[in-house]
Design a binder for this molecule. Structure first.
Ligand code: MLT
Ligand code: MN
Ligand code: ZN
Length: 297
């Protein structure tokens, strides 16, 4: 399995076009939150479609088109929220011959205006994002609802599954007869292959860049994961007001501050935690902060 960060900023990116704050002026560039995942290194899925999607696709060698004229390794998009910074990139995929988008019913319903726009340009197939899902390239997905915050444009909408965390892992090896026969070909090769496959299959990654609270359910969901990409929107609950004078606590916006998340790491000693979706008020740096382009797995 492979996991690559395509963007590590919250909505607006860094620098934000109309912001002259210290972080934006310092020029630490971050594109908006998105991650590419693949079970086999050939079939890729995007977690969320950021407004920066074109630069993200063109800047990632694994996602470039070919060998066919309109062939792309991008098999689909998994949406974890209906927020604009996670979805309007779909409009930039309108040249697609066909496109598969997975989302919960609440998210798909809220996106009716965007779906109508896209439908005029491309053959988009909207599929339910269930609790468990198998994707091309041997990628397994588990989904957990972590929040009920609606986007501002759908503030009155009904439904429950607004904000999801995803856990991705490769399908178990030797699940088909052909690979079982290949494995039997040579005892030595078999030993090598089983070792390789064991380390390969044990990898798992959790994406949770919009996380309002760290519940017991979330603890169970991430148990044993190798890598977790967490909500790094704000370092503290009062960051937005302190930095910009604008009202709004992190909690009121559905984003658990980094300081609070760090208090939970000790329960998961085998897991590496990193933060993504940094707001441009957040100048956090260090080994637990994701950067654009890094491979998490
Ligand atoms: C969020 O992450 O809370 C949203 O993307 C905020 C927004 O841009 O409206
Ligand atoms: Mn956001
Ligand atoms: Zn700024």
């Amino acid at each position: 399995m492979r996991v690559r960060v395509l963007g590590s900023a919250a909505g607006g990116g860094c620098p934000q076009w109309n912001c002259a704050c210290a972080t934006c002026r310092r020029g630490h560039h971050r594109l908006q939150d998105s991650v590419a995942v693949s079970g086999d290194g050939r079939a890729w899925y995007l977690i969320n479609a950021s407004p920066d999607i074109r630069a993200q696709l063109l800047g990632t060698p694994e996602l470039r088109p070919g060998p066919g004229l309109r062939e792309t390794p991008v098999r689909g998009v998994l949406l974890t929220t209906a927020e604009l910074d996670h979805t309007i990139g779909l409009l930039s995929l309108r040249e697609a011959v066909s496109l598969v988008v997975y989302a919960t019913t609440a998210v798909t319903t809220a996106l009716a205006p965007l779906r109508a726009l896209l439908a005029a340009y491309s053959n988009v197939e909207w599929r339910e994002l269930p609790a468990e899902l198998d994707l091309d390239g041997g990628l397994k997905v588990r989904r957990l609802t972590v929040g009920a915050k609606r986007p501002r444009y759908a503030a009155e909408a009904s439904g429950d599954d607004w904000v999801s965390a995803l856990r991705l892992s490769p399908a178990p090896p030797n699940s088909d007869r052909r690979s079982a026969q290949r494995t039997d070909a040579s005892a030595v090769a078999r030993g090598d292959r089983i070792r390789t496959q064991r380390s390969y299959t044990n990898r798992s990654f959790v994406y949770a860049t919009c996380l309002p609270a760290w519940t017991e359910e979330f603890h169970r969901f991430i148990a044993g994961a190798d890598e977790v990409l967490l909500d790094g929107t704000f370092q503290t609950d009062d960051e937005l007001t302190r930095m910009t004078g604008r009202p709004g606590s992190a909690a009121s916006m559905g984003h658990l501050p980094m300081a609070e998340s760090r208090g939970h790491f000790a329960r998961h000693p085998g897991t590496r935690f990193r933060f993504g979706h940094l707001n441009n008020t957040n100048d956090a740096a260090g080994p637990d902060v994701a950067e654009d382009g890094i491979e998490l797995i």
